[in-house]
Design a protein around this ligand. Structure first.
Ligand SMILES: [Zn+2]
Length: 304
C-alpha cells in the first residue's frame, strides 16, 4: 500500500511565529538536508511550496523538481484560511500558482492550507480551489483542536461535497472513538514510534493510504535556539514544543521509510480508486440550508 509523504516547504519564523516576518536563509540548508535523506531512501514526496519562500529562494523548486518530487501549493503568504474572506484567499492562491508555474513550468494539482486552516468555517475554499484547477487538497485534519480540525471529517481520502476536489486528510489513530493526530510535525517527534506504526498499519490494513507530513526545519536540531539568540521572541513552551527531539527526526524518518512505502500524492491518487460511495465533506454554503447539511460518515470510515 502506497502512503503519501508530504512536505510543507516553509521557513520556521515566518510560518510559525508571524507571517509578516521575512523568509530567512535557513530554509535552503534545511531543504538540502531533507533532499539528501529522501534520496538516500529513494523516497519521493509532494512538496507543498509556500510562494514567499519560492520568491526569496528561486533555486529551491527546480532543485526539488529535478529530484523527482511533486510540487504543489501551500499558498503564498501562510495566512490562515479561516481568517481570510474568499477574494483575498483566491488572490493568495493565484499568486502561488503563478510563482510555481514560472519556476517549474507546471501548474500545481494539489493544495494544502497553512496550518490546516480549512475548518467548518472555511469550507467555501473548496470550490475556489477546484475552479483554480486543483484536483486535490490535503488541508483537513480530522481531529478536535482549538486552532484547526474538523473532528468528524472522514479519516480517509474522500470527495468534497461542494466541488470536484479530492481531500487527503492527515493521518490519525482511532483510540476509544477519538481521532488522535499522528505522523506529522511535532506529533511525529514527540509521540512514540509504535503510535505512528499502529496508525499507518491500521489504515493500510483497511485498504487506505496514510498521509504523513513534515517540514524541512524539523531536521535542523539547533535552529529554534539560533533564532532566539538572534532576538526573535517566543515563549519557553513554544521553544520546547517546537524544538524538542528534532535531533531524533533523521533516525525516525529512516525507520518510517524502511517500514512503509511512500509516494507523492498524485501517485497515491492514481493508485486508489475513489468510488462514488466515498464519504463526502458537506459544504458550509451560505443560506438557511447550511446548518442542516451533516458531515457524512461512511461504514468504511467508522470501521477504521
Ligand atoms: Zn505551513
Amino acid at each position: 500500500m502506497l502512503n503519501a509523504l508530504t512536505i510543507d516547504l516553509e521557513d520556521w519564523p515566518q510560518a510559525v511565529l508571524d507571517p509578516s516576518l521575512p523568509i530567512t536563509d535557513h530554509v535552503v540548508g534545511n531543504v538540502d538536508r531533507l533532499l539528501t535523506l529522501l534520496d538516500k531512501h529513494s523516497v519521493r514526496a509532494t512538496f507543498f511550496a509556500l510562494g514567499k519562500v519560492c520568491e526569496r529562494h528561486p533555486q529551491l523548486l527546480p532543485r526539488i523538481q529535478s529530484a523527482g518530487h511533486e510540487i504543489a501549493s501551500h499558498g503564498y503568504g501562510h495566512e490562515l484560511v479561516y481568517r481570510l474572506t474568499p477574494r483575498p484567499f483566491e488572490d493568495d492562491v493565484r499568486r502561488s500558482i503563478e510563482i510555481i508555474g514560472s519556476q517549474t513550468g507546471q501548474r500545481p494539482l494539489g493544495y494544502r492550507a497553512p496550518a490546516f486552516s480549512i475548518t467548518r468555517e472555511s469550507l467555501w475554499a473548496g470550490p475556489i480551489l477546484a475552479n483554480l484547477g486543483f484536483r486535490y487538497s490535503s488541508s483537513i485534519f480530522p481531529i478536535r483542536k482549538a486552532r484547526y480540525g474538523i473532528h468528524d471529517a472522514p479519516r480517509i481520502p474522500h470527495r468534497w461535497g461542494n466541488c470536484d476536489l479530492v481531500e487527503f486528510p492527515l493521518a490519525t489513530l482511532r483510540v476509544f472513538g477519538c481521532h488522535v493526530p499522528v505522523c506529522g510535525g511535532g506529533y511525529m517527534r514527540l509521540l512514540p514510534w509504535w503510535v505512528h506504526a499502529q496508525a499507518i498499519g491500521s489504515m493500510n490494513a483497511g485498504g487506505h493510504p496514510a498521509v504523513v507530513y513534515l517540514h524541512p526545519y524539523e531536521l535542523a536540531s539547533d535552529e529554534v535556539g539560533v533564532f532566539r539568540r538572534a532576538g526573535l521572541r517566543f515563549s519557553t513552551r513554544r521553544r520546547v514544543m517546537q524544538s524538542l527531539w528534532r535531533s531524533r527526526m533523521p533516525q525516525r524518518l529512516s525507520r518510517l521509510f524502511d517500514a512503509f512505502r511512500f509516494a507523492p500524492i498524485t501517485q497515491v491518487l492514481e493508485a486508489i480508486s475513489l468510488s462514488r460511495s466515498s464519504p463526502t465533506v458537506s459544504a458550509a454554503v451560505p443560506g438557511p440550508a447550511a446548518a442542516a447539511l451533516p458531515m457524512a460518515a461512511s461504514p468504511t470510515y467508522a470501521a477504521t
